[in-house]
Design a protein around this ligand. Sequence first.
Ligand code: F6R
Length: 253
Amino acid sequence: MLIVKHETYNDMSRAVANMIAREIRNNPHTVLCLATGSTPIGIYQELVRLHREEDLDFSQVTTFNLDEYYGLDKNDPQSYSYFMREHLFAHVNVSEQNIHHIRVPSNNLEDVARYCQEYELKIKQAGGFDILIDGIGLNGHIGFNEPADELQSYTHLVDLTQSTIEANSRFFSSMDEVPRHALTMGMATILGAKKILLVASGKHKAEIVNTIMDATITTQIPATLLHLHHDTEMHVDSKAAQLVDQKRSAERS
Ligand code: F6R
């Protein structure tokens, strides 16, 4: 896994957006796997700017979202479908039929398994992801693949951990409203992407970035599995890189 350092959050966001834009200009049928959360917002803003000011064309692009809360309506402002519309889809010319979210219309567990399989099939039919973008949870989760003794390979329903529920509560008016379950792509779905771009920003991410860069692989820190991928880059700003920098300068002295 390559670590790429940028001075500021904006520098990082611009650099990653430019990589995506280059891919789309080279291949108008690019298939993107997209994430929500605070970190990619700057990337989406820059992609919107590139669309408006530099004619970046999304008309043939296909998108799949990495994860989604279970049980929230797509118009719920906390749903990831809503998030993507607000931050990207409403502002670029991506075609509605090329946008994919993991959604289960009922609370029937049999349906969940079926919808997850159908989602995997749609990804396969689209030819897999050219680029996958994701942030990193403080506990090293990827999508909603939470630390565990075993990780699931493909799209599935998860029980969110207390640490993730607490981290997500900042977006809800009370803890009780935070969903306890989510749907997420599995580790094999993620590792199937041709290129993976992880993004991390801020001092609070310095520890997990450092732990991941240690390169030990453990299901207790799902992001470490990305060391098995041949083309993963972790893009960080200077605050998130702090501990990696300290360790490297200590190793040199
Ligand atoms: C969201 C997702 C999560 C976030 C992670 C970091 O689609 O996949 O894994 O990337 O929780 O979130 P932020 O960027 O808010 O720190």
